[in-house]
Write a protein that binds this ligand. Structure first.
Ligand code: PLP
Length: 402
């Protein structure tokens, strides 16, 4: 008898399953809109010029391969915090932000979950929006937090269920943790407006909730890293202490390099040092210290004025290409094919993803009949569309809803 004979087969990952089906499809018109990675106008993965130049600088400097400290590359974590909180941030300038480098955004969430499970002094309950990034749910459960939900998306309006959101947060127990997508909500592409963020901030204060931000798309939503950091900076300016997860997967195209950061704002430098020491105690037995290469790339860009400027231009370029695909798709569905239904949300949604409103059967039909692959909740990655395939896609959607 094998030691593992009682291990049951788990279900396949829904998103990676789509990629497999796409790969197996031999039709030349096939389109993969499942995966959340940017593609250029030729449908190809895109390595940013700023990244290539940073790597050239690193190669020329004959970078060694020594271990990083437990909380990562100090220059990187400092610059990552500055990017998120802003150079004029009060806690940043008071040396009161505890920050550790992480294994991209997922690692940031996981370290954050572990820190809260161990040190958060109130109810260890985290409220997630419905829907949310699928991985949030097992991730926070595995971290030892109790997962609950708040309403977020209104299927009828294909927009934000703001009243539902407020009601659910009002009914949350005092002191609960609330996960907020800082910008470019995944999977819906629906974000609160700035005035709605201000209301959420007031409500979070009133109910003494703890705001835990997931910012996986800074710069990717609007093309402007400052604009996309509005929610985080507003909360901090209102006196909230926040937790923040950052990822450089999308905005620097460093997906497989796994570059991220987790931070907590604290009262003062002394408290920050104590929190830092506990972050180290969580990281050390988990993976000892984070990988070097990607953090070095990100830090080279963030600390070099010329590369920083080039990077900002490239982030804007990626965001703008996605926005132009939204406009084109909207045009094709409304004025072009005169597809039944309301399609304004295609244009108003933000970031990498769009919740099309397509039903499961329609998504299945698109895969089976048109070789177009997406998640069965109707989410498409806008970055998978380009000038060569968007008409074919719109035609497929038109056929699927008629
Ligand atoms: N959070 C959200 C909302 C995401 O969409 C993603 C990636 O798709 C992540 C976090 C983490 O991604 P990564 O671990 O690749 O940085």
């Amino acid at each position: 008898l094998s030691t593992w004979s009682a291990v049951p087969a788990g279900p396949p990952d829904p998103i990676l399953g789509i990629t497999e089906a796409f790969k197996a499809d031999t039709d030349s018109r096939k389109i993969n809109l499942g995966v959340g990675a940017y593609r250029d106008e030729n449908g190809k993965p895109y390595v940013l010029n700023a990244v290539k130049k940073a790597e050239e600088i690193m190669t020329a400097a004959k970078q060694d391969k020594e271990y990083l400290p437990i909380t990562g590359l100090a220059g990187f974590t400092k610059n990552a915090a500055k990017l998120a909180y802003g150079a004029d941030s009060v806690p940043l300038n008071q040396n009161a932000i505890a920050v550790t480098q992480t294994i991209s955004g997922t690692g940031a969430l996981r370290i954050g979950g572990a820190f809260l499970a161990r040190h958060y002094p109130h109810a260890k309950i985290i409220y997630l929006p419905t829907p949310t990034w699928g991985n949030h749910i097992p991730l926070f459960k595995d971290s030892g937090l109790e997962v609950r939900n708040y309403r977020y998306f209104d299927k009828k309006t294909v927009g934000l269920d703001f009243e539902g959101l407020k009601e659910d947060l009002k009914n949350a127990p005092e002191g609960a943790i609330v996960l907020l997508h800082a910008c470019a909500h995944n999977p819906t592409g629906v974000d609160p407006t700035q005035s709605q963020w201000a209301e959420i901030s007031d409500l979070v204060a009133e109910k003494k909730l703890f705001p835990f931000f997931d910012m996986a798309y800074q710069g990717f939503a609007s093309g402007d890293t400052n604009r996309d950091a509005f929610a985080v900076r507003h909360f901090v300016s209102q006196g909230h202490q926040v937790a923040l997860c950052q990822s450089f997967a999308k905005n620097m195209g460093l997906y497989g390099e796994r570059v991220g950061a987790f931070s907590l704002t604290t009262k003062d430098e002394d408290e920050r040092k104590r929190v830092d020491s506990q972050l180290k105690i969580i990281v050390r037995p988990m993976y000892s210290n984070p990988p070097l290469h990607g953090a070095h790339i990100a830090n080279t860009i963030l600390s070099n004025a010329e590369l920083y400027q080039e990077w900002e231009g490239e982030v804007k370029g990626m965001a703008n290409r996605i926005i132009s695909m939204r406009e084109r798709l909207y045009e094709l569905l409304t004025n072009g094919y005169q597809t039944p239904g309301e399609w304004g949300h295609i244009k108003s949604q933000i970031g990498m993803f769009s919740f099309t409103g397509l039903k499961t059967e329609q998504c299945k039909a698109l895969a089976d009949k048109a070789h177009i692959y997406m998640t069965m909740d109707g989410r498409i990655s806008m970055a998978g569309l380009n000038g060569s395939n968007i008409e074919y896609f719109a035609q497929g959607v038109d056929a699927a809803v008629r």
